[in-house]
Design a protein around this ligand. Structure first.
Ligand code: GLN
Length: 307
């Protein structure tokens, strides 16, 4: 069987599982996504991308944006400043959790992949004004994707902004303890915008292949991200990228990956390929059911695991 045929079989198998989950609705605009959509792009470090399924489906990055805001904050402020504001340990709690915020004085979030950590990291990104900071984040993603047309979804942004009581409470707590820089509402606004950046799985796989290639653009061989920051991002993806399912994912699939509540997953096989997936039906931990199943099948068949 060719790789295309294998992938198509696995897609059919994965689609049959989506009824077990549901589309995220705590951000009301996300509830409009079609639960059984499934699209995947595999972008090899050498060779051309392979795209199958609902590849025209446009989705918002949500938590996947946390990987790139972390990288940008590291490029802007360096490791010492970033890791004096946010830790390096997984929590085992859900991504919105407030539970462990008081454990590391003065109130340092455990890692940059949970909401509290990502809101903090957003506050560290360079820019004189919130607008400048937001434009720098968007320009960075456009640059990596090599696509100046990438934008954000105004409805999803407004919808999250209008309902984000939990993120707001995290932001005010972080400000109170002196971990968050700047004004809370301004930082939250930038955070909601970068979560609402939208793209297709083809564009997502292009971001992933740069990480798979240690920050080098496979087309031009230009170093778009310093390799030392790609290494940090990949490590967080392994330890915390799939929320509180990261341990199980490391055993079953064994590669760096990051998911978003839109049902998107960015994954990569170091040195080999970047992968972008969209499948909006989520399991109870907030990961794409079909996407997780596809990655498990691919990892088994093509020996992806790093371990
Ligand atoms: N914007 C979402 C939130 O803050 C991102 C969460 C996610 O994708 N897990 O709740």
């Amino acid at each position: 069987m060719t790789n295309d045929h294998l992938l198509l079989n696995w897609m059919e198998e994965s689609r049959a599982l989506v009824h077990k989950g549901q589309v995220a609705d705590y951000i009301p605009a996300l509830a409009q996504a079609s639960p059984d959509a499934l699209g995947i792009t595999i972008h090899p470090v050498q060779g051309s991308p392979l795209t199958l399924g609902d590849c025209d489906q446009i989705f918002t990055l949500q938590s996947i944006s946390k990987v790139f805001t972390l990288i940008l904050a590291l490029m802007d402020r360096g490791e010492e400043v970033v890791f004096s504001h946010v830790g390096m340990e997984p929590t085992g709690d859900n991504f919105k959790s407030i539970l462990k915020l008081e454990l590391v004085p003065p109130g340092k979030p455990f890692n940059p992949m949970i909401n509290a950590g990502a809101i903090t990291v957003t506050s560290l990104i360079g820019g004189e004004t919130p607008e400048e900071k937001w434009h720098r984040i968007l320009a960075f993603i456009q640059h990596l994707a090599s696509d100046p047309d990438i934008g954000f979804n105004e409805d999803v942004y407004e919808s999250e902004k209008a309902t984000a009581n939990r993120n707001r409470s995290l932001g005010y707590f972080l400000k109170d303890v002196g971990v968050l820089e700047g004004k809370v509402e301004e930082q939250l606004d930038v955070y909601f915008k970068h979560c609402a950046i939208e793209m297709t799985c083809k564009q997502l796989a292009r971001l992933a292949v740069i990480l798979a290639n240690n920050g080098l653009d496979p087309d031009t061989s230009r170093q778009l991200i310093p390799a030392k920051y790609v290494r940090i991002a990949k490590t967080f993806m392994v330890t915390c990228g799939m929320y509180n399912a990261s341990g199980e994912f490391a055993i079953r699939v064994g590669i760096p990956a990051k998911s978003g509540v839109s049902g998107s997953i960015l994954a990569l096989v170091p040195g080999r390929m970047g992968i972008g997936i969209i499948g909006p039906s989520l399991d109870e931990k907030g990961n794409s059911i079909a996407g997780m199943h596809m990655l498990e099948r691919m990892s088994e068949a093509w020996e992806f695991s790093m371990f």
